[in-house]
Design a protein around this ligand. Structure first.
Ligand SMILES: [Zn+2]
Length: 124
């Protein structure tokens, strides 16, 4: 992971003036604060921490993620069928073809979901 650049305090204060965020840790109201520490709990404040907290709170509901993954499996399944068909090894009429296509689809969705989660947790 790259080293985070030292945060410009003006950027932090400008962000707080515009967004009036709560403390990411204790949710204390930070309106008008001119410090990079929460007066309530002493949490070090940064724009990145505010963005991360906001993203955590506005996370997608589970069923939306499930629906997205189900849709992705169907899309990848269709793609996998088209990719596997010309190989000639797998006959589209056999069950093995379907299993292989479904396996490839699920694997691709798993990789894709993993990549999204990693990106999500990395922050900005
Ligand atoms: Zn706090």
């Amino acid at each position: 992971m790259p080293v985070a650049p030292r945060e410009d305090p003006d950027r932090l204060f400008r962000y707080m003036a515009e967004h009036r965020p709560d403390c990411p840790k204790c949710r204390y109201c930070l309106e008008g604060l001119r410090s990079d520490r929460c007066p309530e709990c002493g949490q070090k404040l940064s724009v990145a921490a505010f963005l991360a907290a906001r993203r955590r709170r506005s996370g997608m509901p589970r069923w939306v993620q499930g629906l997205g993954q189900a849709t992705a499996v169907v899309c990848f399944f269709t793609v996998a069928m088209w990719v596997l068909r010309p190989l000639g090894i797998l006959n589209p009429r056999t069950g093995w073809f379907m299993i292989a296509a479904l396996g490839v689809s699920v694997a691709m969705v798993a990789v894709f979901t993993g990549a999204v989660v990693v990106t999500w947790k990395r922050g900005e």
